[in-house]
Each structure stands twice: as structure tokens, then as C-alpha cells.
Design a protein around this ligand. Sequence first.
Ligand code: RBV
Length: 426
Amino acid sequence: MNHPTITERLADPAEARESGRRKIEWARQHMPIMTAIAGEFREEQPLDGETVAMAMHVEAKTAVLTEVLAEAGAEVAITGCNPLSTHDDVSAALDAHEAITSYAERGVADEAYYAAIEATLEHGPTITVDDGGDLVMAIHDEYPELIDSIVGGCEETTTGVHRLRAMDDDGALRYPMFAVNDTPMKRLFDNVHGTGEASLSSIAMTTNLSFAGKNVVVAGYGYCGKGVAKKAKGQNAHVIVTEVEPRRALEAHMEGYEVCSMTEAAEKGDIFVTTTGNRDVIVEEHFERMSDGVVLANAGHFNVEIDLDALDDLAVGRTEVRDGIEEFGMADGRRINVLADGRLVNLAAPVALGHPVEVMDQSFGIQAVSVRELVENGDSYGPGVHEVPDELDREVAEIKLEAEGIETDELTDEQADYMDSWQHGT
Ligand code: RBV
């Protein structure tokens, strides 16, 4: 195991640790779900003897999850799931914890990025926690010998779950994986509000431009696209949605958004945000139609939605016009600005902080109870993709409602019977 930890790579790890620690403490203060789960985990030590490997966006909220898993008795090895989303100071603060090793470092090239994933796996995980599926892929491709001792894993994001389902359909997935992304407590909040707010705030902070009065093109009207569209409308933009799925296109239409093809949208848009999870969403024919000064940002997991190779081919020059903004100059004088190298803007822009703390509290609350479930009942899940049991999702929702001081009604026995019965009519 010779890949260096973040501590070994930093010039002043002590200073970094101190700054990272403050970020983590701030996040933890605003994470009532994680605080409640941490209390239970410290007392009951459900992960005693387990080794958890994580590949996630290494910043303050993720650090809270990492520490809570360590507090539950696990040894944890962590690395990034995107070369630009790591906060080195947070990574250093995590690495200082006796049960945690962090290999995450911001801005590393591909080779070091994958070497860090391998270093994480050298710890011999019994549980994996992924955002995008890199650990699961590396295990199946290069470390299949680990599979026998792995109880299971958790996947955070839509793209990762999509990859896992494709793998499962091919009969290639060899251990149980929870689709954390698909739970209501994750997807209805993180994907919608988290992606919406964090993407727009990162774009605003990076460009210092307003959304008001602009044409904002949102590619994809899934959960993430809905969030981006709604928040952009809330900031007085004219929102244009592009879709490939007819029902989603109609849904966007009935929400009052303009819906058209990307070919048409390319001519109208001032700011473009891709949220599809697919590749080649904005390509050469679109770049050719765009106005001078447009801003392009991606909010999907991978940097494949905007065809940067084609844009580079068209460009006569490339200039970093502001931190996190690259201007591609076209032969006819138009300028096309790309944020954060086309990587997910809410995490990879230089000023990005990731999703708001409150939504990550929910997502990571589900991660924590899913890991606990794997340890407690892992034997009952076969290889493949599994839904997180609904009672775990409810458990996390109830902790949050209590923390917010929100009371809900309860079904009476008569109501519960009524809902379960098929015999009642008029
Ligand atoms: N995400 N993590 C953060 N740690 O700040 N922000 C967003 C953070 C996750 C989110 O859950 C989404 O599913 C995934 O990043 C996409 O990679």
C-alpha cells in the first residue's frame, strides 16, 4: 500500500486539519439526523470489526458521515469520487482520526485518482459506500478476491444506481447494493432541492451574474432537472426545458416551462445546465448556434454531457477568464464559457460547497442506517441492486421531523382498517 495519504502530500497538514475541522464542526451542528444516529452508533457500536471503503465527494458533510461510521466501530478508508470536489483541508482533518485513512486530494490527474481508489480497497473493505460506482467497478474488475468478504454496499447517486442496474441486468453484480439514491428521503430532497440550490449558487458565485431576466436552459427534467428549473424560475429566469421522455416533457410543459429541442434552445439560451446523466447532450451543432457569451454548466455526475472535445475543435482559443470559467473563442468572435471543466458544477467549481447541509443530513442519514442494515441483516440480501427498506427511510424522516419540531397526525385504528380494506364502497 504505497499510495500516499493526504497528510503525507500536504506541506502543512496541521494548518489544513484545523481549517477542515472547523468546516466539519459547522456541518455537524446543522445535521440533527446524523447527530441522533451518531449517539445511537456510539452506544451500540453496530459496525464493530467492519472495514468501510468510501468513494465520495470529500467535503465537510461527507466527513460527518465518515466520522459517524468510525464512531460506530468501523475502520474507514476514503477517497474522492471526482477529482475536483475534494476539500483538502477536510480530507486532512479526516485522516487525523485514528480509525480513518483519507487518500482524497483535489485536482489529481486520472492516474493518481484511480491509484487512490485502489489504496482504499487495499484496506480490505467489508462494506463499500460509493457515489457513482467507482469502488464497485474497481472491485469487480481488479479486486474480485474481496467479494467473498464484502457484506454489501450503498450507492448514493442516480448515475451510480443506473450503472449498477445495468450490471445487475447482465448478471455481473456479485454482491448486494442498496440504491440509497432511490429512497424518498434522498431523491425528493437531495436531487431536487440540493441540486437545484447548489448548482445555481455555484454558477452565481463563479460568474457573479444574475439569473433574473435570463433564458436558462435545463437539459433533462428528472428529479435534478426539476430542482434546477424550479429554483431558476424562483430567481426570475425564463426557463426552457429539453427532454427525450414524452411524459417528462409534458410535465415540464404543464409546469409552465417552455419545452423545445436542444437545437432550438441553443439559439435562445443564456445559461445552460445539463442534468441528464447521459452523454453528448450539448454537441457541435448546438455550439454553432449559441449566442456570444453563453454560460455552460453541468450538474450531472459525469463530465460527459457537454462535448468539450468538439468545443475544443471548434475553438480558436481557450482562456481562463475567471477562476472556474474557461472561455472558448470561436472563429466568428463568439465566446462560449464553460464552468468547472464541465464537471458537476455544484461540487467542482472552485467556490463550490456541494449540496446544502440539511439535504445531505437526510441523504447521509439513509447511508448510515443502510450500512447498519447491511451489517445486521446482510445475509438476507443476495447479489444485486436492492431498495432500502421503507421502514429505514421512515425512521430517518421521523428523526428529522422531531428535530424540526413538526408534529404529524396518526391514523386511527378505523382509518388504518379502512385503508387496508377493499370492501368499502359508497
Ligand atoms: N452530493 N454530495 C454533496 N457532499 O456536498 N453534494 C452533493 C456534498 C452528492 C449527491 O447526493 C448526488 O447524488 C451526488 O453528489 C452526485 O455525485
